[in-house]
Each structure stands twice: as C-alpha cells, then as structure tokens.
Ligand binder design. Structure first.
Ligand SMILES: [Zn+2]
Length: 293
C-alpha cells in the first residue's frame, strides 16, 4: 500500500480512476529540506498530482508540473521519470506571508505541464494561469483546456504523506456518460483530507463507490529517485561556458553545485574544471549529443 499508485476503471461508463499514496518516498523529499508548512502542503499536492497525471499518459518519458509564483512562494516543481519514480522541490522567500492562513500563495502564478519523451521527439509544454487558490482546480482547468480531457482531482498532504485521487472521463462512442460522471464525481467529492491521509486504498474506494462496479488493476510502486548525475552536472557547467565557470572557480576556490532535488553536492577543483573544458571532453559530449538527437 505504501508508495503505490493504483489504477481502476468504472466498468460500464469508461471513467478511469487512480489513487496514489506517497509515504516514505514523500518523507525522503521532506528529509532533505526544511519546508515551511504552507509550502510543504502545496508541494505535496503538486507531487501527488504529478504521479497521477503521469500514469494517465502512454508515453515513456518524464512529466513535470512546475508552478511559478508572484508571492513569497516562488517555485514548486515535481517531476516523474517513467511511471515509478519522482522528485520534487520548492523555492520560497522567507516571509511572514508564508505563515498567514488567509494568504493565497498561488495568486497570479502560472502552472506549466511539460512532457519530455525519453528517446526521440520534442518536449511538449502547456501553460495555465492560476486564478484559484488550489492546485487541483488549476490542473483540472489545464486538462480541460489543453488536453480536452474532463478530469477531477482530490489532493491532500501533510508531513507523513502526499496523496490524491484522479477521475477522468474517457471518450465513449454510442453512449452519453454525463449522468455517470456526475454521480461518480459527486460521490468522490465526499472524500475528506482526513480519509485520504489515513485510510488505505481499499477502504477509501469502498466508502466512496460501494454501489459502483469497479475493476481494479495491479498496484504500481512510486519511489523517490533523483536523476542528477556527474555527467549532467558537467553538461550543465559546459553549457554555462568556460569563462563563467572559471570566474566562479577563481572567486570561490572550487565550483560547488548542489542538486535542488536531492541535496547531493558536486564539487569541482581546478583540475576537475580543466578536465570538463578540455578538448577531449568537449568532443565526447558532442558525440553523445549527436547520438541522442
Ligand atoms: Zn539530485
């Protein structure tokens, strides 16, 4: 049950559902940074939403949801790699706004959903302006506008768990399922944050939909995993440019890069920087890129 995503289907109406529970994997995210509670709550919601949306796409690649804010909350970023691992992080300004209960940290922000295929093809990004105080409403709007998919989300998070339910109306020929959709989403809307955060999948689905016929699929694991690496860090330094990197080196004595997601440190002394910008290394990077493209 822990760190899993479960898909299900309402047999006769072609409405699909998913429920996700991130437990120790979510705590791994929290262990790396000291998030203010209001930021942590929204980051948990966006992380659960990313896992849920990622499982609805067929593509093998990464799906990320990024929120950029105008308030003390500057950034929320959650990303899945494939369907079974995720990472997430946030940026904020220390500000009393973060602790005030009635401040909408999402006000005037934007949400971007990006899908990047693993092998070939272009990344695809869709944007939506946030004009509510909830991640779920903004994403529902996004799915309707950009994907023409009627979708409802229920998200909850605390310091132990990030969790959520997704329902999506799939196109169905020869039958209007509006009544089913209305009935099933009305039932789902009775779920409380408390229930989402404390009950197991079976109990939640039974409580909400005991009169419906649901086909439940196998559970998939969802773990925390960071895709940062020495290779990627060096690629990033190369794209920053040699003069810029050497300027940092002479100022700081070494070049110290900390991964925003997992907190891992990549430290380069001057010999490391020499190696990164040697002709040989540049050549091999070019070759690798040529192969990928
Ligand atoms: Zn990392």
């Amino acid at each position: 049950m822990e760190n899993t995503l479960q898909r299900f289907l309402f047999e006769h109406s072609n409405i699909r559902g998913e429920i996700v529970s991130l437990d120790s994997s979510w705590k791994s995210v929290l262990a790396r940074r000291n998030y203010p509670p209001s930021v942590r709550k929204l980051l948990g919601e966006i992380t659960a939403a990313t896992a849920l949306l990622s499982a609805t796409i067929k593509l093998d690649g990464t799906l990320s949801i990024q929120f950029k804010g105008q308030s003390a909350l500057l950034l929320l970023l959650a990303e899945t790699s494939g369907k079974s691992s995720f990472r997430s992080t946030a940026k904020w300004r220390d500000n009393k706004e973060l602790a005030e209960p009635n401040v909408n940290l999402l006000a005037q922000g934007t949400l971007a959903v990006t899908i990047t295929p693993k092998k070939s093809g272009q990344a695809y990004q869709g944007l939506v302006n946030v004009d509510s105080d909830s991640i779920q409403k903004s994403l529902e709007e996004y799915m309707q506008q950009s994907e023409q998919l009627t979708t409802r989300l229920w998200l909850a998070s605390n310091d132990q768990k990030a969790t959520g339910i997704l329902l999506q109306k799939l196109p169905m020929e020869h039958r209007d399922v509006s009544d089913d959709w209305h009935r099933i989403t009305t039932l789902a809307s009775t779920v409380t944050n408390e229930e989402l955060l404390t009950l197991d999948f079976e109990t939640i689905l039974k409580r909400l939909f005991h009169e419906e016929t649901i086909r439940v699929f196998e559970e998939n694991p969802v773990i925390f995993s960071c895709s940062c690496s020495e290779n990627r860090t060096e690629g990033m330094l190369q794209s920053l440019g040699e003069s810029e990197v050497r300027a940092i080196l002479s100022e700081e004595g070494n070049v110290n890069i900390t991964c925003e997601f997992c907190g891992k440190n990549y430290i380069y002394s001057s010999s490391g920087i020499d190696r990164i910008f040697s002709n040989e290394s540049r050549e091999s990077t070019r070759k690798t890129h040529g192969f990928i493209n």
